[in-house]
Every structure is written in structure tokens, then in C-alpha cells.
Design a binder for this molecule. Sequence first.
Ligand code: NAD
Length: 258
Amino acid sequence: MTTPLAIITGGAQGIGLATVELLLQEGWRVAALDRDPEAVAELDEAYPEAPLLAMVVDVSDELQVKEAFQHLLAWQQENHKTTGLDLLVNNAGIADPECGPIEHLSLTDWRRWQESHLTGAFLCTRAAVPGLRERHGAIVNIASTRALQSEPHCESYAAAKGGLLSMTHALAISLGPEIRVNAICPGWIETGPWQKSRTRTAPEPRDIDRTQHPVGRIGEPSDVAATIQFLASDRAGFITGQQITVDGGMTRKMIYAD
Ligand code: NAD
């Protein structure tokens, strides 16, 4: 059986890094694309023997994405004598949802969120489709519960994530039956321990942070990684065009004031 290949964008920290690590443990070959050179270097050093290609790439840059996919294809052909792709995870993007009051939001800042989440997913998907078709692979887009509900001053983030959800069902219809396309809406996922060493933090959750979640805890990157792994597997072979919320039940809870 051919070793499966996954591309994880934003794969050097946070949810992306947890996904890279899970898939490597599960015997996948993995390409991690991330714009942070320091984080990419640390990932590379952590897995010297693994079938891992860690690349510094800004996914919102058309040329960088094109060159990264060319480099990946050459790596596949030279080292593993194969082509094709089994999974693309569009995870990269500015994870901070707060863009400030709309009256003060500059066009440049508005575009930063759209470019990193939405344009990045478009460019990587376009580049990945031939390889995914070849292997009947899957795409998983990482959206957010903030595509569905809001706190104040998150317009650019919410719009980008809402766009990702719409792109998910559009792609599922365009790319089936060869390629399945789904989205995950994570809720509050604690990624402090999954940052590069210079910015890594230990979580200090308050009781209220835990107890406001119906499952009694904050999310971890592994919660999302496990869902990605499921959506990429044959067990999810009848699921496409869907969005799965991974939020410990937060978006199912009534929040009327006492
Ligand atoms: P993170 O900041 O820990 O990791 C994101 C990684 O993406 C970083 O390594 C960063 O360098 C990289 N990145 C950002 N922009 C990029 C670009 N243009 N090109 C390439 N790499 C880029 O964030 P995270 O919390 O792990 O978030 C991952 C995804 O999950 C994001 O799309 C985020 O919006 C989404 N999400 C996170 C949460 C959460 O609570 N952590 C909740 C909902 C959705």
C-alpha cells in the first residue's frame, strides 16, 4: 500500500502542528507549510528522521504556493518514487479573531484576514487538486465557530471563516466524486503549549473557563487533529460538503442572562 501524503498549512504551530504530529505517528508522509521561519526550523529539528517536509511558505502568496507544490512534487518523486496527494488541510491563517471596531478597520487590515484564511485556502486547493484527484483524497478546511456566531469586532475573521464554509460546500460539489471536502469549526482551543519555544505558554485556565463548556474543559489541538484524521479516512467516505463543530458543546448552550 502507498504511504499516504498530507499537506498541512500553518503546520508549524498550534492545531496544525498537532495534526502534523498525529499524522506522522499514524504513518503518514507530511508536508507542513508555514510562514514562520523560526517555527518551521524547530519543527524540522524535532523530526530529523521522519518523512516530513517543512517549508517556509506564506499561503496567501501565489508564487510561494506554486513553488512549494513544485518542491513537494520533486521531493515525492526523488525520495519516494510516487506522486499524488491524500489530504490537504487548509488551516493557516491569522488565528486572532479581533480586528477592532469596523469604523477604524483599514482596508489593509481587512485584507490580511481574507488573504491568510480565504485566499490561502483557494491557492493551496487549486494547486492540490490534481494530486488529490489522482489518489481520491480529501480536503479539510479549518473554519471556526465564529463563522456561526460572534463577539464584537470580529468582522474580518468571521467573514473569512464564513467564506471558508461556503467554499467547502461549493468545492464538495465541484470536486466529487473523486475528492471529498469538509470543514471543521473549532471552538476555544488552547494552543499555548503548541507554539514555538520563544512564545510557548502554559495554560492557566480559570474554573469558569472549564465549567462554561458542556464537556467541562477547554479544547486541545489534538481534539481538532483527531477530527481531521477521521474526515481524511475511509470511515468518512460518505461525508462531504459538511461542517463539524468541535467546541465542547459551547455553541449548543443557551446564554440567557440570569
Ligand atoms: P496558531 O497561531 O497557533 O497557528 C497558526 C499557524 O499558521 C502559525 O504557525 C502561523 O505562522 C501560520 N500562518 C498564519 N498565517 C499564515 C500564512 N499566511 N501562511 C502560512 N502560514 C501561516 O493558530 P491556531 O490556534 O492553531 O489556529 C489554526 C487555525 O484554526 C486557524 O485557521 C484559526 O483561525 C483556527 N481556529 C483556531 C481556534 C483556537 O481557539 N485556537 C478556534 C477556531 C478556529
